[in-house]
Design a binder for this molecule. Sequence first.
Ligand SMILES: NC(=O)c1ccc[n+]([C@@H]2O[C@H](COP(=O)([O-])OP(=O)(O)OC[C@H]3O[C@@H](n4cnc5c(N)ncnc54)[C@H](OP(=O)(O)O)[C@@H]3O)[C@@H](O)[C@H]2O)c1
Length: 339
Amino acid sequence: MTTTNSNVAGRALVVGGYGAVGSVVTRTLTEWFPGRVVPSGRDEARARRLGGVCVDVGDLAGFRQVLDELGDVSVVALCVEPEDAQLARICLERGIHLVDVGATHQLLEEVTSLHEPAAGAGATAVLSVGVAPGLTNLLARRVNDAVGGAERIDLTVLLGAGERHGTDAVRWTVAGLGKPATARARRVPLPGFGVRTAHPFPFSDQYTLRRTLGVPEVTTRLCLDSRPLTASLFALRRAGLLRGVHGARQQRLLTSLFSRVHLGGDGFAVRADAYRGERHATLSLTGKGQSRATGLVAAHVIRTLFTQNVPVGVHHLDQLTALADLPEQLAAHGITAAG
Ligand SMILES: NC(=O)c1ccc[n+]([C@@H]2O[C@H](COP(=O)([O-])OP(=O)(O)OC[C@H]3O[C@@H](n4cnc5c(N)ncnc54)[C@H](OP(=O)(O)O)[C@@H]3O)[C@@H](O)[C@H]2O)c1
């Protein structure tokens, strides 16, 4: 298998580098690799204050110019979701590695289709980076192995409604609430949170894992730490009242409303259950701050790209053996396994 050169030189451009996720990527990588991190976003003054540059993912000509001017970008960390895969294509065709924290299945599929051009240019894209997708993918892989190839995997994500989630993450969640449920809700014990009712939610992991692990049935469900808020939100969805939330104005209004609601704590938990006949395996992880955890996962992925051999082409987190022990590495940051 073709691999990237170890000890990749150059700098990491963190797009969305002062957002809830991106600021953790910027801070963590700067500690590990001083002088090799360039934060960016649309607010030029803010980016420059942090030693970064202005980037708008909707302005591809401007993005190319930024890459030309910086001259030595070897990794782009995408910590905001663009409209399509054009920006990913620009990076990969130039041989620049890509780390994408996005959670929209369609968009990740578009990036996956760039496998050949990426491999041809010697670039690696790592997708499904974060908590869900991300840690869920890694847990799914382990429980799948534990049962000897699952017939079904259930993933459960609990997010803290008291955390100050970033606007782009809230926008993504609001868009997900507008989509109809594709499976039944499930009662799931979660470490530190008791038994919770979790509802099917369109996280990308459940779609990509069917392919990467070859498991026919994978479902990801979501609940919030606040029981009343979870019950109300999903009752609204069941009643079809959130289905119309596709218009940009409605989405902006709801995003702004949800960004102000802080009804719980900042803990999160993820759990994976695999089933094969009578066999059942389960694993969970828990910690504080899903944005922080997502940023830490992304920073670890970039460190791996900077320092280790990783296959070229487009890969999801669960497909890279160099990152298989990430859950253990995260224990140092207070993200821990629970039985
Ligand atoms: N995989 C996971 O588990 C996981 C978990 C959490 C979040 N996420 C994803 O991570 C992404 C970021 O979430 P977040 O919570 O960090 O959101 P956030 O706090 O709103 O951060 C977004 C950042 O991107 C910048 N930005 C916004 N639009 C931009 C554009 N057009 N061009 C360039 N920069 C732009 C923002 O700054 P300006 O507005 O100044 O440009 C900000 O710095 C979201 O797509 C979310 O779905 C994934």
